[in-house]
Design a protein. Structure first.
Length: 163
């Protein structure tokens, strides 16, 4: 069985019959997600037309399981740790920083945690300080996924069945 087939089996096993309250939570989640998409789209439409626009970074602070809203470490679920990280690059950015784009594309399927946003932003804008660590940036050729393995006091990313 291939890795993709294994992941699909796990996804199927995670499906369950949900209650009416859970269905209402799912509907509310979808409305909130749609609203968030509208806001991000509006921001992008406004800033992407600015003459010096280079790009835009978006990420969520946490994942969600709409059938079980809320966050409680005692009810840990990997689905609540998976987040999007989106980078909208302008043609000017791609032209000016082809290596950063190449690195980002090479690292697109790697695990990255939002605790490392400081290092990612500094690297993205080519800012160097004694406190930054470029190995924590997907835009860097030295990006090290293993530095992103701990996601809670008791869980590691490599324990995620969808990893």
């Amino acid at each position: 069985m291939s890795e993709n087939e294994k992941k699909e089996v796990i996804r199927l096993e995670e499906k369950k019959v949900i209650t009416e309250d859970e269905l209402e939570n799912v509907k509310n989640y979808l409305v909130a997600t749609s609203y968030n998409d509208e806001i991000i789209n509006t921001i992008y439409d406004r800033v992407s037309t600015l003459p010096n626009f280079m790009g835009m970074v978006y990420f969520s602070d946490h994942g969600e399981d709409p059938t079980e809203p809320g966050h409680n470490i005692n009810k840990f679920k990997f689905s609540k740790t998976r987040i999007p990280l989106l980078f909208f690059a302008s043609k000017n950015f791609i032209k000016k920083y082809p290596q950063k784009m190449k690195n980002a594309l090479n690292n697109k399927d790697m695990v990255w945690i939002n605790d490392k946003i400081y290092d990612l932003i500094l690297d993205l804008f080519s800012v160097e300080t004694k406190y930054s660590n470029n190995k924590n940036s997907i835009f860097n050729e030295r990006f090290n996924e293993s530095d992103n393995s701990q996601i809670s006091t008791s869980k590691k990313i490599n324990e995620d069945p969808l990893k």
